[in-house]
Design a protein around this ligand. Sequence first.
Ligand SMILES: Cc1ncc(COP(=O)(O)O)c(C=O)c1O
Ligand SMILES: N[C@@H](CCCC[NH3+])C(=O)O
Length: 471
Amino acid sequence: MTRSEAATGMLGVPWSTGVRRRDDGVVAVAGVGVDALAARHGTPAYVLDEADFRARARGYRTAFATAFAEVGTGVDVYYAGKALLTVAVARWAREEGLRVDTASGGELAVALRAGVPGAEIGLHGNNKSDAEILAALDAGVGRIIVDSLVEIDRVAALAASRGVVAPVMVRVTTGVHAGGHEYISTAHEDQKFGLSVNAAPSVALRQAQDAPVGTTDSPAMRALLAVVERPGLRLLGIHSHIGSQILDPAGFEAAAQVVLRLRAELAERTGVLVDDVDLGGGYGIAYLPGEVPLDPDRIAKDVAGAVAAVCGELGTPLPRISIEPGRAVVGPAGLTLYTVGTVKPVALDDGRVRTYVSVDGGMSDNIRPALYEAQYHAELVGRVSDAEPVLARVVGKHCESGDIVVHEVQLPGDVRAGDLLAVPVTGAYGRSMASNYNLLTRPPVVAVAGGTSRVLVRRETVDDLLALDLG
Ligand SMILES: Cc1ncc(COP(=O)(O)O)c(C=O)c1O
Ligand SMILES: N[C@@H](CCCC[NH3+])C(=O)O
């Protein structure tokens, strides 16, 4: 916490900028106390600080637009809806000058419902259904990012069936491995996304990737050539996404270099110099006090410098660039508000005691600790306490011992049933990855701005669950 944060009661990183502890000890989000939020909306609840979301969206747009304008090209920023997409969130993104990246027909439908024009939407997915591709074509989406050779034929056939030309980008894997956990690193070879820029190393792999045996082209080059050849497809550009929660900027520059070389090679072979290069998302954020997030201004400058340098070296004009941040826009804007139900001290083998604090949600509203061993922070937010801190583990209410919300955190020793507890930085991949495990109902998404709260997505009810069960 900085001195000015302390003076204003701001909690500082990793909390959203609108979070403050009031003089009465209660934490407020954008002017609304968590006690009032809990009374009005119940717990658990996802709480979104709208101004914080908007500021981060603007921050990424401005940082990249400025840095790339300096080297002589433009940028489109797509908000990656997989992090959290609701109609209001898609509208906020658009109002802040962002486009929307979708990863399924469901996300596409929400973006369209929000009034985002099709031309400002991209559709991703390594296994899009025909229905999803047709929905994208019918909506006139600005780009379909193809992910396999098979899909190229599929999109071409569906575009022909609609009598349209499909705007396509090819997703490639650059071999640059980056990100917070193996499951969220997406550009190394042994995973399902994209087409490798490296020539297939074995006959088995060439066959698996549908290549004629004997070719030395990489799957990425073959895909680009296949798109160029299909009259029903328009090749917009090349896409690369290297992973998520990346805190080392070097990976973005390395991937950009590989993609730009591929672009130049394609131009040399076919005369087609694609206009667009999409460098994906993945910008890392702080989850714990003391962690340092990527700085958008710095990363934008570094990537713009790298792009300009490689294009200069290759003698190719600069492409238009796009990026797809999700987590960095919505993650820090969100917190989850829980109520403590039980408190249980457990003696550890080494003689210490760990206090298990059970809250009214858990792995169904935040799967990230169980899936990626993700670390979070928690604080009592309904009151302050002078009690000595204890080593605590915040757990949920599921029938699963891995149902951990916060692995290790110091909480006041008098933490008790009825206390309000908040976990910051749950805006990204919390609600969007939520489940109904143990038939819990998913929490609402509540937006707070200017001293008022509003429900964006209502809490599920048991009736909602029963309505799906046809008996
Ligand atoms: C293609 C693509 N774009 C964008 C994102 C968003 O990533 P992040 O939320 O880490 O910015 C992802 C997810 O990792 C992705 O797969
Ligand atoms: N869902 C992941 C990241 C997204 C991966 C998508 N390519 C997370 O919670 O960190």
